[in-house]
Design a protein around this ligand. Structure first.
Ligand SMILES: [Zn+2]
Length: 186
């Protein structure tokens, strides 16, 4: 199984800036989001402001819902709607300039910070176009919800780790069956 392409790695890192299990968020503030974007070379120039930080969070929430759908979760339409509205602020254009023909890039009139956000949107779109997106999934164990790259041959993975989350889910199903009286203890 090949490694996740660059766009998948970026989207995975972006989606995993929030850690549901520990309740931490690497990009909780405009300032931490600013640093995160700069560390990845996505942002140069003026700092991220509160409005662009809010757009980024909406985009991330939308991506996480889409990746949850890859393990069969029903996406939250309100969250997806908010992401769509954020995307309206982040136009992209087609260019051949130094890129493969038909490549989407952030619109030139955007501010530096919006260009950084639009670059994340482009990476997300690249994934869906190549079909790689289906391997990028949000862990089906909702207490975990970590985004992982599914390396299984038939792309059937549902948990970030079978050892931890897969077994947690199995144990819960077993307990539920036992409570329902379908499993008898000997
Ligand atoms: Zn997990």
């Amino acid at each position: 199984m090949r490694d996740a392409p660059e766009s998948a790695q970026l989207i995975q890192a972006f989606a995993n800036t929030v850690d549901v299990e520990t309740g931490t968020d690497e990009i909780e503030t405009a300032s931490t989001f600013d640093s995160w974007l700069r560390e990845r070379g996505l942002l140069r120039g003026p700092r991220i402001d509160a409005a662009d930080h809010a757009l980024g969070l909406r985009l991330r929430a939308g991506i996480r819902e889409a990746l949850g759908a890859h393990v069969g979760d029903e996406p939250d339409t309100a969250v997806q709607q908010a992401a769509s509205e954020a995307l309206r602020e982040l136009p992209v254009v087609v260019t051949a300039d130094g890129h493969a023909p038909g490549t989407l890039v952030p619109a030139p009139q955007l501010s530096a910070s919006r260009k950084a956000l639009a670059a994340l949107a482009v990476a997300w779109s690249e994934l869906t176009v190549t079909g790689d997106a289906v391997r990028l999934k949000r862990c089906s164990e909702h207490a975990c919800a970590w985004v992982f790259w599914d390396t299984s041959k038939n792309r059937s993975g549902r948990w970030c780790s079978m050892r931890v989350c897969g077994n947690r889910a199995k144990a819960r199903r077993y307990a539920a069956r036992q409570a329902a009286g379908t499993v008898r203890e000997t």
